[in-house]
Design a protein around this ligand. Structure first.
Ligand code: ADP
Length: 257
């Protein structure tokens, strides 16, 4: 296994000095090249788990390994993409993409070449000289994805990356990230609270519940790479996730005319 999460718990201290269990004994493994979605209601510990995997924080107990190395700090080998893009407003699009490369002692000509390559991959070559404020939310998130990929990480961690986007842009971005993950063969751990997004994107879905944050079930979505929101496979996986979360798919609605 490529990422292993073994007996991981995470406690936070409440203001009154008592402890709050954000994650309770999480065990899970992600294979190289897999696209795994962590799904569950707000507060079930999805972001906490992603932060631990990305090295931003340490487990209270248990351990996380990537490539057989215990994760102890953030690394350019596994980069995280957040909902708020995190672009530097005073830099151009291209200079934002070059950012991670600057700490990798790569010369300017090579940085420029790599940035161009990834801007092309995300379809933003024509916007390289723009500043982030001149771009839509979806385009800004594409810049963030290009910046993340430019350092050639082994893993992409994504924390609700499309949460701030409108529904149509979100669907486009979902297609883009699938295409990019496929082309670049990256391992992706993706946090979302959107059931359909998880079913559309994931090879496997880790369904979590809260108080304390636990894995309730793991759903294998499909083996093939075909994605179709109307296919029987998609609908069956979606229904399964709804059932795991004890939710009804159709509620009776009374219309007042
Ligand atoms: P999710 O991403 O599923 O919405 P989080 O991982 O953000 O959930 O949070 C899980 C729980 O842990 C929440 O109850 C949250 O308040 C708590 N929590 C997260 N980070 C901290 C922190 N740094 N300090 C205290 N409590 C935290």
């Amino acid at each position: 296994m490529f990422i292993s999460i073994s007996n991981v718990s995470k406690n936070y201290k409440n203001n009154d000095g008592t402890w709050f269990k954000s994650l309770d004994d999480i065990n899970f493994a992600i294979e190289k090249g897999e696209f795994v979605c962590f799904l569950g209601p707000s507060g079930c510990g999805k972001s906490t788990l992603l932060n631990l995997m990305a090295g931003f924080d340490k487990p209270s107990s248990g351990e996380i390994k990537i490539n057989n190395q215990i994760v102890s700090e953030p690394s350019l080998d596994y980069v995280t993409i957040f909902q708020n893009y995190g672009l530097l407003p005073w830099r151009t699009v291209k200079k934002n993409v070059e950012l991670g490369l600057e700490s990798k002692s790569i010369n300017q000509a090579e940085r420029s070449r790599i940035a161009d390559e990834y801007l092309e991959l995300v379809g933003l070559s024509d916007f390289s000289k723009c500043h982030p404020y001149q771009l839509s939310g979806g385009m800004q998130q594409r810049v963030a994805i290009a910046r993340a990929l430019a350092v050639n990480p082994e893993v992409l961690f994504m924390d609700e990356p499309f949460g701030a986007l409108d529904a149509i842009t979100r669907i486009k971005m979902q297609n883009d990230i699938l295409e990019i993950a496929r082309k670049t063969k990256k391992t992706v751990a993706f946090v979302t609270h959107d059931i359909e997004e998880a079913v559309y994107l994931a090879d496997r879905i880790v369904v979590m519940t809260s108080n304390p944050g636990k894995i309730k079930s793991v759903v294998q979505v499909r083996q093939t790479s075909v994605r179709d929101r109307t296919s029987p496979d998609f609908l069956a996986a979606r229904d399964k996730v709804f059932a795991i979360l004890d939710m009804k798919i159709t509620e009776e609605v009374e219309y007042i005319i």
